[in-house]
Design a protein around this ligand. Structure first.
Ligand code: PGA
Length: 251
């Protein structure tokens, strides 16, 4: 039985003070009832350390939204994996579709980042997902396959990786993939991982769904056999909604 994992991706929202307030509220709302699943929050880089101090000692993990593939150097505007580790992060989201769409990330740069994060000891949430045009032209499986294969190229141990399936057309749009649509792609990912790594790693790999997950649809999505939690954007900015989703995953 895979332990579910729910992570709030705060994206480019909240100042340091607002992030501290949201984390404080989240701890209060969650109480002790979330021990049934792993929980993480991903504030902006500038708020990581302060937010980390709020959740320190709790079961909420501190997650970053991206990292660079070098340790240091002339890479203006970038943050490295070792810096995230020093700031208290245990995991990092890599390859989010917003990075791919707006900031030129490719499967090659995603792969470099994943390898660096793993080598520094961070857990990785590797995001994959098709656009609406790709879904409508029937190439969803092919797109997901190449994102998974190329994102994981050269990586022999996937035990510190979680894959997040996030259909681009469902992110921030209010449109959620139906639980059957999501399950179909999750199964496709698990089958591909079994081909690449064998049945055992495929059986323990956690695959999160992301894209307009809300308290009203979380339980149904999480009840699917290959959906092992969620990567939550908009609803993670509200402590009550995020806590409800965490509880749905803990049930
Ligand atoms: P959303 O974002 O929940 O606002 O759709 C999900 C994500 O981008 O991780």
């Amino acid at each position: 039985m895979r332990r579910k994992i729910v992570v709030g991706n705060w994206k480019m929202n909240n100042t340091i003070a607002e992030s501290e307030a949201l984390a404080t509220e989240l701890l209060a709302v969650l109480g002790e009832n979330f021990s049934g699943c792993d929980v993480g929050i991903a504030p902006t880089y500038v708020a990581l350390e302060a937010t980390g101090r709020i959740v320190e000692g709790s079961d909420i993990q501190l997650v970053a939204q991206n990292c660079h593939y070098e340790n240091d150097g002339a890479f203006t505007g970038e943050v490295s994996a070792r810096m995230l580790l020093a700031a208290g992060c245990s995991a990092v989201i890599i390859g989010h579709s917003e990075r791919r769409q707006y900031f030129g990330e490719t499967n090659v740069t995603v792969n470099l980042r994943v390898k660096k994060a793993l080598s520094e000891g961070l857990n990785v949430i590797l995001c994959v997902g098709e656009t609406l045009a790709e879904r409508e032209s029937g190439v969803t499986d092919a797109v997901i396959s190449s994102q998974v294969r190329e994102g994981l190229a050269g990586i022999s141990d996937i035990s510190s990786i979680v894959v997040a399936y996030e259909p681009v057309w469902a992110i921030g749009t209010g449109k959620t993939a139906s639980s059957a649509q999501a399950e179909e792609v999750h199964l496709h990912i698990r089958t591909l991982i079994a081909e690449l790594y064998g049945d055992k790693p495929a059986g323990v790999l956690r695959i999160q769904y992301g894209g307009s997950v809300k308290p009203s649809n979380a339980a149904e999505l999480f009840s699917m056999p290959n959906i092992d939690g969620g990567l939550i954007g908009g609803a993670s900015l509200n402590a009550t909604d995020f806590a409800a989703i965490v509880k749905a995953a803990s049930a």
